[in-house]
Ligand binder design. Structure first.
Ligand SMILES: [Zn+2]
Length: 112
């Protein structure tokens, strides 16, 4: 969550700090009205704290999404390797069996 106010001049949403959990807490910290400065047009303005709104912080969600995607890829490749190892066990046994039988069959006793 982040707090934002809308600039009265350029209508662009600006970040507001400090961020508090409730408007009541914000009132205790900064009072009923706050002095704000627009980051885009530098307009100074007085805002009632009722005009400050909480919005979902998409960057935080995006960040979490990237992290979970990376972890998922790592886990998938890790389990993929384990799966590959499990699948290769009968293959290795088959190769070994082939070698053993070839070894046995290739050696013949000379008949008397
Ligand atoms: Zn502005």
């Amino acid at each position: 969550m982040k707090l934002e106010f809308t600039c009265s001049q350029c209508k662009i949403q600006n970040k507001f700090k400090p961020v508090t959990a409730t408007r009541g807490e914000l009132q205790m910290k900064v009072g009923d009205e706050v002095q704000v400065t627009c980051n885009y047009c530098s307009k100074e303005d007085k805002k009632h704290i009722n005009r400050i709104d909480a919005v979902v912080d998409n960057r935080k969600i995006l960040f979490a999404l990237i992290i979970s995607a990376v972890v998922a890829v790592i886990l998938l490749s890790f389990y993929g390797l384990i799966a590959l190892a499990v699948i290769s066990i009968p293959l290795l046994i088959w190769i070994q069996e082939g070698k053993s039988t070839n070894h046995f069959n290739s050696y013949k006793i000379r008949r008397k």
